[in-house]
Write a protein of this length. Sequence first.
Length: 231
Amino acid sequence: MISIENLSKSFGPRTLWSEVNLTIRPEEMLALVGPSGTGKSTLLNCLGLLETTDSGRILVDGHDITRLSISARRRFRRDNLGYLFQNYALIDNATIAANLDVATDAGRLRPAGRRAGHHEALERVGLAGREKEKVHYLSGGEQQRVALARLIVKKPSLVLADEPTGALDKDNTALVVDVLRDLSHTGCAVVIATHQDHVRDSCDTAFAVDTGHLTHTTLPEVNVGNGSHRQ
Ligand SMILES: Nc1ncnc2c1ncn2[C@@H]1O[C@H](COP(=O)(O)OP(=O)(O)OP(=O)(O)O)[C@@H](O)[C@H]1O
């Protein structure tokens, strides 16, 4: 369970959002919505400990992750987080297999061909048999499918997805949403910053970063967002 408590963030004199309160449950898919520039990516980055917060707490299973040491932050990211970005964030000059190895350190731990779950993950995203292809030759949709396969093999407990379908066609968008839903069914919390209504509507809950309120939720009670926003 992730509890965001009274979280605030400014850049210089500009307050992006303040006093954000939000609970994200395991198995929940939460959409972060709101106009461009209101701080959706920044909130994702705060959850991923890539950005500092000004005040407030982010409790993961009761522990405030904003107070972790640098090495503990690194461990938290390595052991718990999976990322999905609009620009895929893969190692361009490496093969599909090597990009999956990075997620699990399998390249160091196991000989090729015995990498647990890699074949199944590539099958799930329609890329079985293409392990040896270099990522930079793949289409955008295929690259995002590699990034999805990387999430499947990593099995994170929290996925942070920043506009993951922004550059994709309908079929690839549907695959991204389906795979994220599969991950949520394994107990993973999924947070997606999106401008796309159909992606938002595929989520259990949507939180409007500009108003600090939930715009919809299909979940009972627990999730309460009551922050305020100032420009
Ligand atoms: N490191 C930074 N230093 C200063 N300003 C920043 C920094 N990072 C982001 N910003 C500003 O914070 C604001 C929010 O940015 P952010 O990317 O979080 O918005 P967003 O809601 O995700 O936007 P979009 O929907 O366009 O992706 C923007 O005005 C951006 O320029």
